[in-house]
Design a protein around this ligand. Structure first.
Ligand code: PMP
Length: 331
């Protein structure tokens, strides 16, 4: 019989898919690492497993303990899955701007979700940062993973994503492209690929225009999960050879094209990373180049945003109708 004992055993070892339509006219091979095929639907399952197992080993998380993290998205789902299979309680704290759908996903896995007002300063006692810190102090046996500074976030990618890509491409990968949020994915995967290739693999960050990684001030942008207005400890500034800035319009346009032309229903940060990868492919123009772009999550969580023509229009990205129906391109 062929089966696994735990959902945790299904984390990682995601496939590489050749992008064939959106790459028309480009010479390098462009491969997508499809992270929505993780059991929790995103790349964040990887860090959840590693952060929890390390906390157990270090005695920070004991049987019956509670995981408390300010998160509303993919990291919460990853933590909830691992926590459930190991018998921990989860309390997630999120601002009230987070959609009810997202909160319900966490609750469906059995997590408790504490909702805080968005319209308060970070140091206000009701802010979601303050509330999560207070809960950690008040709940006995509580542990906060803190994905922005926990070294096991990049370590999980150093140990899994990096070696997978090296093996899957038989060492032929020449460029690795990923978005930067906490910095864990690019720092861990990038460091491994640099080391194993003797510095040959180029590591390229993709960043929303306005975010600090591409020289911005933290000015708002709409693509979710990537870009920051501060420099997290988990972003290793030595690993990235270059950061490519991508506008919201370009990110959303490519997100819609990936769904329509490659049947890849992925989130906006995937469209952003893919946009950077395509720009890079045009520049590199070498038939021996193998560019790998990591697509972090599924588009299912964004049906009322990137995939809604009404939403795009509201934010000034007019969808282009073709042959009487909306084809899905923006601008
Ligand atoms: N895309 C999405 C949808 C994410 O949730 C995240 C994590 N914040 C990222 C990309 C960026 O990954 P990392 O935190 O490893 O830099």
């Amino acid at each position: 019989m062929e089966y696994v004992n735990s959902l945790i055993d299904l984390v990682g070892n995601t496939p590489l898919l050749k992008l064939s339509t959106v790459t028309e006219g480009l010479r390098p091979l462009v491969l997508a690492k499809v992270e929505y095929l993780n059991p929790g639907g995103s790349v964040k399952d990887r860090i959840a497993v590693k952060m929890i197992e390390a906390a157990e080993r270090e005695g920070k998380l004991k049987p019956g303990g509670t995981i408390v993290e300010p998160t509303s998205g993919n990291t919460g789902v990853g933590l909830a899955i691992v926590a459930q299979s190991k018998g921990y309680r989860c309390v997630f704290v999120c601002p009230d701007k987070v959609s009810e759908d997202k909160r319900n996903v966490l609750a469906a896995y059995g997590a408790e979700v504490v909702v805080c007002p968005t319209a308060v300063e970070p140091d206000h006692p009701d802010s979601y940062y303050s509330v999560s810190d207070r809960l950690v102090r008040e709940i006995e046996g509580a542990w906060k993973p803190d994905q922005y500074s926990n070294p096991n976030n990049p370590a999980s990618h150093y140990e899994s994503t990096g070696p997978e890509l090296w093996r899957q491409t038989e060492g032929r990968i020449t460029h690795f492209v990923a978005g930067i949020g906490t910095g864990g994915t690019i720092s861990g995967t990038g460091r491994y690929l640099k080391e194993v290739s003797g510095g040959r693999v180029q590591v390229i960050g993709a960043d929303p225009a306005g975010s600090v990684y591409s020289g911005g001030s933290g000015r708002p942008y709409l693509v979710e999960g990537v870009g920051e207005d501060f420099w997290p400890a988990n972003y290793d500034q030595e690993v990235c050879d270059r950061v490519i800035e991508v506008s919201d319009a370009e990110s959303f346009q490519l997100t819609r094209r990936l769904a329509r032309e490659e049947a890849l229903l992925v989130g906006g940060s995937s469209g952003m990373a893919a946009a950077a990868a395509l720009r890079l492919a045009a520049e590199v123009d070498d038939p021996d180049a193998v560019i790998v772009v990591l697509l972090p999550d599924s588009g299912r969580g964004y049906l009322t945003k990137v995939f809604s023509d009404e939403w795009l229009t509201r934010y000034g990205f007019a969808p282009r109708p073709e042959t009487g129906r909306v084809v899905g391109d923006v601008l």
